[in-house]
Design a protein around this ligand. Structure first.
Ligand code: KG4
Ligand code: ZN
Length: 337
């Protein structure tokens, strides 16, 4: 079965072709990031216009790379939400049109769930498992019973992990997006020179809170002599990153224990973080957990994860109507059921 995946929830226009829900034949990502950099974050209007300009070329490139033509497509999977409304509508319109013209089934996919599903494209994983989503917009712990039945165990009550990386990078003048820069600058640095309190670790809740660490970095930085030298910036990055990673790993290990789950899958942009991977490796050995990370190319926004999850949902009988609506937020939902 050949699935065409389409993803346009934020600033990446992406299309992918995936065979049997697992084998990636192509995974093409066009990013409009360079157009947003000078504003220090993604500008929704610029992102939507960029999707309109790129979507057809991106689809063509993904089909060409996969060496398939439109008539070979069995299923069209598309990000339905959450994301920027204008951006989502471009992908949704393209997917609905293709499904209608080709007379093929259409499936709308949740972007957050697709991030953790990326791990299923990189390793042999079985349900039930614990999912940790760490992206720019979301931080969540999920009990994943099947591709369609997922319960939210905990989530951030303020900033997402990636958002905290981006905001701390902004405070330190490291540009946007901040995660990769902080990851790079922290390597080999002393994580104890700047200590930041691990938020929410002493409570029983599986929720997260990252805005306090960001504020702590802001006040700590304000006390220091300006201009800040590179070495001191590196040490602040290392201390901040350690606090975030510690919190993520400890809460995940606790959630796995409470839910008696041995398989853990991590996904989203922050899952590319080197220190997070190292710390999970150590915790996995200590706690006898099987922790799976997606390949680096599948951590960022991409359409292979959309096609993969779309195919898994289709296999258990789900499809979406041609008039399905995009959604920008699901903060009030307790489950993906
Ligand atoms: O999943 P993603 O591509 O987009 C959303 O769905 O939000 O995540 C983007 C986020 C950004 O906040 C970026 O700074 C962060 O992922 N990120 C990282 C790393 N690479 C990307 N954060 C920490 N370390 C990284 N290596
Ligand atoms: Zn994402």
């Amino acid at each position: 079965m050949i699935t065409l995946g389409i993803e346009t929830s934020c600033d990446e226009t992406a299309a992918a072709v995936v065979k049997n829900g697992k084998t990636i034949l192509s995974n093409v990502v066009f990013s409009s990031l360079s157009e947003h950099k000078k504003y220090g974050g993604v500008v929704p209007e610029i992102a939507s216009r960029s999707h309109v300009g790129s979507i057809l070329e991106c689809l063509d490139a993904s089909l060409k790379k996969a060496k398939v033509s439109l008539i070979d497509i069995d299923l069209v999977a598309v990000t339905q939400g959450p994301g920027l409304m204008g951006s989502l509508l471009v992908g949704l319109s393209a997917a609905k049109t293709l499904a209608w013209v080709l007379k093929k089934p259409l499936i709308g996919v949740d972007h957050v769930l697709a991030h953790v599903h990326a791990g299923f494209l990189s390793a042999d994983l079985k349900f039930p498992c614990l999912g940790l989503v760490v992206s720019g917009g979301h931080t969540m712990l999920l009990r994943m019973n099947s591709p369609a039945h997922v319960q939210i165990l905990g989530r951030t009550i303020d900033d997402a992990a990636g958002e905290a990386f981006d905001k701390v990078a902004k405070i330190l003048g490291l540009g946007y997006p901040g995660g990769p820069a902080i990851d790079r600058l922290s390597r080999g640095e002393d994580t104890k020179k700047f200590f930041f309190t691990r938020p929410f670790l002493s409570t029983h809740s599986l929720d997260f809170s990252f805005s306090g660490i960001k504020t702590a970095v802001f006040y700590r930085t304000r006390e220091l002599k300006k201009p800040l030298g590179l070495k001191i910036k590196k040490e602040i990055c290392a201390g901040f990153q350690e606090a975030v990673c510690d919190t993520l790993v400890k809460k995940t290990v606790r959630a796995a224990g409470e839910n008696r789950l041995k398989n853990v899958v991590v996904g989203g942009g922050v899952s590319a973080n080197t220190r997070l991977r190292e710390k999970f490796k150590t915790a996995a050995e200590k706690e006898s957990l099987n922790v799976v990370f997606p390949k680096t190319a599948l951590c960022q926004d991409n359409a292979a994860m959309i096609a993969g999850l779309g195919a898994a949902l289709y296999r258990i009988g789900q499809t979406s109507p041609p008039d399905m609506a995009a959604y920008s937020d699901f903060s009030k939902r307790d489950s993906f059921q």
